[in-house]
Design a protein around this ligand. Sequence first.
Ligand code: BGC
Length: 908
Amino acid sequence: MIFRSSISFCQVPLLTLCLLLGSQYPTQAAAPPCLPVGLRCEYLPNPLGIDASRPRLSWYLQDTRPGARQRAYQIRVGTDSLAVGRGQGTSWQSTQTKTDQSLVTYQGKALEPFTRYFWSVTVWDKDNKPATSAVASFETGLMDAKNWQGTWISDGNDVALKPAPYFRKVFTAAKKIKSARAYVAVAGLYELYLNGQKIGNHRLDPTYTRFDRRTLYLTHDVTAQLQAGQNAIGVLLGNGWYNHQSTAVWYFDKAPWRARPTFCLDLRITYEDGSVETIGSNRSWKTALSPVIFNSIYTAEHYDARLEQPGWNTPDFDDTKWKNTTHRSAPSQQIVSQTLHPIRNVEAIPAQSVKKLNDTTYVFDLGRNIAGISQISVQGPAGTTLRLKHGERLYDNGRVDLSNIDVHYRPTDDADPFQTDIFILAGKGEERFMPRFNYKGFQYVEVTSSQPLSLTQESLKGYFMHSDVPPVGRVRSSNPTLDKIWWATNNAYLSNLFGYPTDCPQREKNGWTGDAHIAIETGLYNFDGITVYEKWMADHRDEQQPNGVLPAIIPTSGWGYHWANGPDWTSTIALIPWNIYLFYGDTQILRDNYDNIKRYVDYIHQQSPGGLTAWGLGDWVPVKSKSPVELTSSAYYFVDARILAQAAKLLDKPADHQKYTALAEQIKSAINAKYLDTSTGLYGSGLQTELSVPLHWGLVPDEHQAAVAQNLARRVAADGYHLDVGLLGTKALLNALSENGHAETAYQLAAQETFPSWGWWIVNGATTLYENWPIDAKSDISMNHIMFGEIGAWFYKALGGIKPDPEQPGFKNILLEPHFVKGLNHFEASYLSPRGEVLSAWQRTELGITYRVVVPPNATATLTLPAAEGSTMYLNEKLVKPSPTSPKNAKPVHRLTAGTYRFELPGL
Ligand code: BGC
């Protein structure tokens, strides 16, 4: 380390700081110093089927120079890619706009439906030099229901009929094809084929909505699959949540929308001569039943390969025995584009072992718990029936045990066994089966066969399925248990993301609201999830009662308006939009849901004018102690009122801002008046949840914070650094400690390996998070729940110390405050923010701590380090001293511009 100068970084203006550091980071000669990259439209790369009339465009900078930033941007949008590449936008040419914003709403000429638009952005970098992105695109969809040509059709069968229907249509393409798109709106699920080829790699499209209020359509580019002359379109429809034939406690079989699956399809062909032809679904389409003899999103799929009709989706197939289709009314008045990262078979998971129990029974083990499906390859005589039972546990005799996950299933006969696919062989050599319209939660698959079969470890593999949201975060540390908790948390999160967040992938697959708001930060630190959450908030709006009440599960058949839907669960209406705003810096989700949040808060206010409400479930599945429901529910009510007040301010509604700020204060006072003992600093009887919920959610008056936090740390120590919380407590506990001077205590809890703790699950082999603390609990024992998953966010917030700044959201300014906890030798968190990659990494050395930070271009950071006044610290090998004006013992604060920093701190 070289002593050069001593500087107070609190007082150094941003630009000076980057100039100071600049000499150590020479730019590479060849690469352009600044490039706008990551171009997205509506948060998707080059999407098709955009219905928004003013889509959002975003990018970030690739620029490693210290102090890199954007001084201005100019966007061009047009239908001619070459012209856009040359810098001309005929649809929109924005002015050179002096701002660091990199999220912009389209403001050009009205967009036309069915049109591919190209766009690029030029930015002016820190030196005012222009740099232009590559050309990206987005394509509009139908934009308006009146643009549909097709009619909704089905096979006219009854809801109770089990086999899934095929549909086909042959047509002639008379001219040379330039491009073609298939627009497919479905109530149910579908697979689309053209000339025998399956289109795309999505699974379980369209994602689940309340079908009678909003129905989704997909857009496929099918140019490559069409041919001159005769073409065949094939569609296979599944039931999904639309025609729920299985029976369980949530009454999806009685859903008001339930009907035989139906679809509307427009195949829109643009010929080389510019003419357009649309082949729409109508009664001329033919239908027949498929070999999918049963399919349930909830339980499983049954397939009889003997019923296959080879070539059913090709032009030459003889369909004279097929029936005509029938017309149907549209399932809802809102047919809108699905603009989401789709569900896919994201990861193939080979079986780790197989055990042959007898000639007809094998049990495969994937070695980890997943949501998804299995695929089997097998050879055997025609009519051989295989049953593939999927579960998370084994009985002592080695067979698959479903007793932890089939508890809410209410079968009316034995034809629909839980999580058990049935595959009947055609007897034609090697055959393969993978269900199309179902997924499960499992680690083990027990295959039983009606006659002896020879199977090997390679005969079966699993596919981890989920919404294929791009990973954006990574955590690594010197503690393997911690790293495994992070991995297991992400596995549980993804296992519960299927176009809407769920509680568990096996027993329920329900959009439980409480579980989802607990997991929102874990989700957003690790995955680019905005598209799924924006869609799910539309599901909320579809389900909200006029009086503001929301159901506990969303979407719902109607169940959940009567139980479990207090503010501790359904505050999703405020918490999800607020967190999306913090992470993405986009106000649209607040705008879209503002009235809904308001109706919700007003409802609680009407019911509980005094500010306290006991509406809710409370600290669900606690270890042992039960905290008062009124305390936790009122805390969430407070949070909602505060978010509403903040949103009102952002959206320029001063009267609302005033009103709801006052309401939040009233609720806070009511809670403190009843629960806070100001002489002891205890809430209630001083349980972990009672103390951490008020601390985490900002209810504790400033002057009592230290005492309450101290009490919490003492409580945790008295509990042997073990958890004594349920779902609401897990959200608050670690944060309440680490944000109030007790990071070491928080770490001891997080890294704990004896019962009850997250680590206890891990050392006992968990690869996902569980629903209950004891591994041998008798109830609430799904092995793939995300509701205790806040720890996945805490790693970033406390150990990495990376947080969005509510004053400058979207990581425009990053709040950095790492905690160098004693138990760890190194820790590293990286997060691809909307402005680029943030890195916070620290390592213990003989001399102290080396701390590396990367602040992405076009962002700043406020870094708070734990050094005390007077101690030496080096930044990029230069000695730095905290500000002489900083109050004694105050933590030094550094304002950083974009760049890479290396701090060396004395032993801490
Ligand atoms: C779900 C939970 C949910 C809870 C609420 C359970 O059955 O699986 O995760 O939040 O019910 O009551």
